[in-house]
Design a protein around this ligand. Structure first.
Ligand code: AMP
Ligand code: MG
Length: 317
């Protein structure tokens, strides 16, 4: 695997791979990102697979213009529009109500999507060609964030990931993440854009800072982490389960009837497909009115580890 030059040819190749459901790494002003189409659940699952992440996190969707913003966000409150006008492109991420076209795996099941317009010109050109990109940092899980194309290739080249070389990225500035609660900005993560600038732009003396891990409940059901409202019980595939008032999340095979709802993650046993379906399947089972959700264990390898992590957390509540 070689780095692609950031010229028309290199960008067209990377965009073509992304449009076919593949991955491409690209430079931003913070670090290199590992991008997939923000509208493709299997491609987003591929991001977690390539990174070897043992858990799911919501991904930031990177856009190049305001038309793309409207394609990912269902609502842009006036304070968000104001901040976007003032600080985009730049290291500011806005958490907004998502459009249904954004799959649940991109937001880890949240009703909101985190959106940023990066300032790196190569990122902007790629996103214009490929469409909005869901992207975390382009490193293997637990390794350092990459600031050069070389770093990316060393970690992800063996997994067949291509990278557009945009030169060294400036290091150590993560984006500031801002959500909106009843129209008012709340800082979820401090970053490169100082709180005071955000306050000043909004005409406020101070902007509220969300406590780490706090559950923020806003009209858009903004919560730090999605978990199904019904308790979940992990079982061996095919183990006996009482269907009365219960829903069933199967890995490969549909159980015999009587459940309020049944979802099969992947009939062919493909962990990427299973990961891509996980959050939307849980949403549907929750909506079936079940008092309990049985969830089959999936194989504890690759993306199966991230799926099991999510199911165990839901089961532990
Ligand atoms: P990064 O590690 O810079 O790619 O930022 C990703 C982080 O953004 C996640 O781990 C979350 O903390 C945050 N984030 C992304 N989407 C959302 C969302 N919809 N609501 C709240 N926080 C989010
Ligand atoms: Mg990272």
């Amino acid at each position: 695997m070689k780095a692609l030059r950031p010229d028309a040819r290199g960008l067209a190749r990377a965009a073509a791979v992304i449009r076919r459901g593949g991955l491409a790494a690209f430079p931003t002003e913070t670090v290199y990102g590992l991008g997939a189409s923000a509208f493709d659940p299997a491609a987003a699952a591929g991001i977690f697979e390539a990174k070897g992440r043992p858990h799911f996190d919501p991904l930031i969707v990177h856009i190049a213009d305001l038309r793309q913003l409207r394609s990912v966000a269902a609502e842009v409150p006036p304070a968000a529009a104001l901040l976007a006008r003032r600080f985009w492109p730049g290291p500011l991420t806005l958490v907004l109500k998502k459009r249904p076209a954004i799959p649940d795996i991109v937001t880890s099941g949240l009703a909101t999507v985190a959106v940023r317009m990066p300032a790196h010109p190569v990122a902007a050109r790629l996103i214009r060609l490929a469409g909005p990109l869901a992207a975390p940092s382009a490193n293997r899980f637990g390794r350092l964030s990459p600031t050069t194309a070389e770093h990316v290739l060393r970690q992800l080249g063996p997994r067949g990931v291509m990278v557009v070389d945009g030169g060294p990225a400036k290091h150590g500035i993560e984006s500031t993440i801002v959500a909106f609660e009843r129209g008012r900005p709340v800082i979820l993560r401090r970053g490169a854009l100082p709180d005071a600038e955000i306050a000043a732009a909004c005409g406020l003396r101070k902007v509220r800072l969300a406590r780490a891990g706090a559950k923020i409940r806003a009209p858009g059901q903004l919560r730090a982490h999605y978990a199904p409202s019904a308790p979940l019980k992990l079982i061996k595939p095919g183990a006996a389960a009482d269907p009365r008032g219960a829903a069933y999340l199967a890995f490969r095979r549909r159980p015999a009837g009587g459940f309020t709802g049944v979802e099969v993650l992947s009939p062919s046993g493909d962990l990427r497909e299973a990961a891509a379906n996980l959050f939307s399947a849980l949403h549907r089972l929750e909506a079936s009115g079940a008092r309990l959700i049985y969830a089959e264990r999936v194989p504890a390898r690759g993306l199966g580890l991230a799926i099991l992590d999510r199911l165990r957390r839901a089961a532990a509540r």
